[in-house]
Ligand binder design. Structure first.
Ligand code: ADP
Ligand code: MG
Length: 430
């Protein structure tokens, strides 16, 4: 056998003795060791990837969810509280995050929004490198207030529209906008909480303003003013205006020589009680959504404008007006549906009106700046609310918290950010 000669073999000259290794040999050993380590590491990484892959079959966002949880774990949460101070701004811009809904939960979406403090929001944007490594980009936004998913309509109201009610009793104009993509919570916030298909109008900002208006009427400070209250409710759909208190009758918008804008023939109902005004809110809201399915909803493509008007008894002159606007879904403006020309035109109209609105609010903040109100029907009919010394406005940007909505949510936040930009030092003296 070949082994039988082994004992007779002399050590070869180029073979080092056992207690001696050349530097070259040590290097070879080290390389081997490193290779083994690398292979082990690669095996571990593969095992981890397999494990994640397995977990992601049940939870597609598993890895992002872990990363976001880790970020949240390091945050110190100090959210808005009922007792926090209300800041009196001429322009208030805030954001409300709603909870994940059933549909989003069933799809196992991950909540990508954190609200660490009363005026900060962090967006955890899921991203992927070219080599498919996942990571999260965290972006911080600041607003006047940020409402997290535990806030009620009552709390949102307290910091947004409520401080503006006294404005209309003191000869001013007030506006409050709900802005955001379809399904983000605009109608829930403005009209009231949904219970199945029915809506509790007492819990919406329309209804809450109405209740406070009637409370203020009897306030010793204002009772002697003898105000009468009336309300109107209409919808702007592209260039068309429809009366929601008159079976969607089409209305014309006219501008006279003095730039006074009028919606010709708009129903304006005198209201004597809170219940009466809630009835009008209900009627207009039902009119707005009648004959629609949520999948093909016209209401997401129109702006709804609810107005409460004050006049001194016996006078035609408007003493104060509160306009509350449930805006068209902002994702419509970005609609690139090439197959449907009608949708494209609608999208362009919505886009135009939302851009004009932003510019008008910014102009309001710059007092006396040129007001580009002719840019759209919406800003045209709201013109009188953007002029005057005593005009105040509030924008509530609504966001859906799920990862599928993150692009739309970022668009919403950037828009709201642009509206706010100028007003960092713009605190009104009361
Ligand atoms: P939009 O008017 O922006 O299209 P909706 O107000 O109709 O959106 O809201 C979409 C759905 O989400 C509704 O079923 C509504 O009840 C629900 N929703 C919205 N905001 C909230 C919230 N803050 N809390 C609980 N549910 C909400
Ligand atoms: Mg809606």
């Amino acid at each position: 056998s070949p082994n039988s000669k082994k004992g007779q073999q002399k050590p070869r000259k180029d073979t080092p003795p056992y207690d001696y290794k050349s530097d070259a040999a040590k290097k070879v050993d080290l390389i081997a060791l490193k290779r083994d380590e690398r292979r082990q590491r690669q095996a571990d990484e593969r095992a981890l990837r397999d494990q994640i892959h397995h977990l992601e079959q049940h939870d597609p966002q598993y890895e992002f969810r872990q990363m976001i949880n880790e970020y949240r774990g390091a945050l110190e949460f100090r959210p808005l509280r009922e007792s926090d101070a209300i800041v009196e701004n001429q322009i208030t811009v805030c954001v409300r995050k709603r909870p994940l809904n059933d549909k989003e939960q069933n799809r196992r979406e991950v909540d990508v929004m954190s609200v660490p403090t009363k005026n900060q929001l962090v967006v955890h944007e899921p991203k992927q490198k070219v080599d498919l490594t996942k990571y999260v980009e965290n972006q911080v936004f600041r607003f006047d207030y940020v409402f997290d998913d535990t806030c009620t309509n009552d709390l949102v109201y307290k910091f947004t529209a409520k401080p503006l009610v006294k404005t209309i009793f003191e000869g001013g104009m007030a506006t409050c906008f709900a802005y955001g993509q379809t399904g983000s919570g605009k109608t829930h916030t403005m009209g009231g909480e949904f219970k199945g298909k029915s809506q509790n109008f007492k819990t919406g900002i329309y209804g809450l303003v109405a209740q406070d208006v009637f409370r203020y009427l009897t306030h010793p400070k204002y009772a002697r003013m003898n105000f009468t209250v009336s309300a109107s409710f209409f919808e702007i759909y592209g260039k068309l205006v429809f009366d929601l208190l008159a079976r969607k009758q089409r209305l014309r918008v006219l501008e006279d020589g003095k730039q006074q804008v009028q919606v010709v023939g708009l129903t304006e109902r005198t209201v004597l009680t809170v219940d009466h005004i809630l009835e009008l809110i209900q009627r207009g809201s039902m009119e707005r959504t009648s004959g629609q399915t949520s999948a093909n909803s016209n209401s997401s493509r129109s702006h709804a404008v609810f107005q409460i008007i004050l006049r001194r008894a016996g006078s035609k002159h408007i003493a104060g007006k509160f306009s509350l606007i449930d805006l068209a879904g902002n994702e419509r403006g970005a609609d690139n549906n090439k197959s449907n020309r009608q949708t494209q035109i609608e999208g362009a109209d919505i886009n135009k009106s939302l851009l004009a609105l932003k510019e008008c609010i910014r102009a309001l903040g710059r007092r006396g700046a040129h007001l580009p109100f002719r840019g759209s029907k919406l800003t045209q009919v709201l013109r009188d609310s953007f002029i005057g010394e005593n005009s105040r406005t509030c924008m509530i940007a609504l966001i859906s918290p799920g990862n599928f909505s993150v692009d739309h949510s970022l668009n919403t936040l950037r828009y709201a950010d642009r509206v706010k930009e100028l007003i960092a030092t713009d605190h009104m003296v009361d």
